[in-house]
Design a protein around this ligand. Sequence first.
Ligand SMILES: CC(C)(COP(=O)(O)OP(=O)(O)OC[C@H]1O[C@@H](n2cnc3c(N)ncnc32)[C@H](O)[C@@H]1OP(=O)(O)O)[C@@H](O)C(=O)NCCC(=O)NCCS
Length: 400
Amino acid sequence: MTTPPATPTWRIVEPPMPASLEDPDAWAYHGVAALERTAALADLGHDDFAPRAVDLLVAARHQEHLRRYRLVAVEERADGAPADGATADGATAEGVPDGAPRVVGYGSLSLPVTDNRHLAVVRVVVLPSHRRRGIGAALADRLRRVALTEGRSTLFAEVEFAVEPAEDALDALTPREGDGRVSADLPGMRFARRAGLGLEIVARRSVLDLPLPGDVVERFAAEAAARAGADYRVHTWQDPVPEAWAAQLAALEQRLSEDEPNGGLVLEAERWDAARIRVEEAKRSESGQGALFTVAEHVPTGTLAGMTMLVYSHDRPEITEQDSTVVLPEHRGHRLGMLLKAVNLREHARVRPATRRISTWNNETNAPMLAINDALGFRPAGGSAELQAPLADVVPLTER
Ligand SMILES: CC(C)(COP(=O)(O)OP(=O)(O)OC[C@H]1O[C@@H](n2cnc3c(N)ncnc32)[C@H](O)[C@@H]1OP(=O)(O)O)[C@@H](O)C(=O)NCCC(=O)NCCS
């Protein structure tokens, strides 16, 4: 444990909104991306999901469904001027202009606007070299006040972890409802619980190592197709979503948010329409990402019974994320979940042969989805703890 310095050598600022990543005002976006990468490598052992500067900028540009409020903690030199933009290990972060402030902490508040208007999603991350100096607490308290001003009533946060503790580990913490464990000793868990947040869910991260051996996917696809029968026909595409399916795809996304087990989290169903599908697609396109979809059409009615999607960054060929998968209740029991995933994986192997791993997150209580993933060969690889508290009960961390 380090002793906090008597006077802070950092201060909190609202980052400017840059016109582009080449704009000198983009220093905070480059600095946050460098910080996120350093923290992810230290905390999780990989930076597969650390947001890049472009992801942060695209999220700032597209606030149609999620408003963002961001703060950065920047280091100051002894003379009071901000320090220049070097990363924790002393290297200059990619894209950080010379002389730009050095980002040592980052806080964001995400405020849903289309649905879940009671919710404020908070994220605080501090450079490992700068922890236990009160930076996280100062960021969290500022964000708490913004959430209150915005009239939100529930605060939600996630703490990611690399390894699930053993069942008999002294520090193992289990959600009130449901399965899964997280270590109560993680800095993020200590921090969040200190602020009064309670553990509601543990989501398991699962990883599928690629390429898959032999004909695994082909076999699962054929077995599932035989069970599903002639009433179902699959369609596969890469972005963009065909106009004919956009509204139905939105209905499936909405259904997923209605049906996904959420433990004790105070969550409303999301509201999706074709326009929201296009917003997500535009965000992917602007940040150099793409998605591969497989849907199941119920042939007698011409309607979609289910969908699955894989999302990836074109400049990171080695990794892909398994995003939403859903089958409508009236079409369950026909192996459509396996059919969709197996067909999409088969197509993924064709269009992204260099990919080495696919990650996905599922609530530990979502047995049907976990069973499909296990059968396909996904292995557990840590996860994320989801915490919440009524905003009125959240404890300020800097006021003791
Ligand atoms: C969690 C995190 C943001 C804390 O940042 P920080 O700047 O070190 O936090 P602070 O110094 O302001 O700590 C505030 C209080 O949180 C608790 N805390 C934070 N880290 C702790 C640790 N490693 N062990 C025990 N308590 C801890 C303490 O109560 C601390 O107060 P104290 O130092 O007076 O005892 C940082 O560890 C981090 O970036 N972790 C990875 C991302 C994450 O999990 N974020 C949390 C989810 S939003």
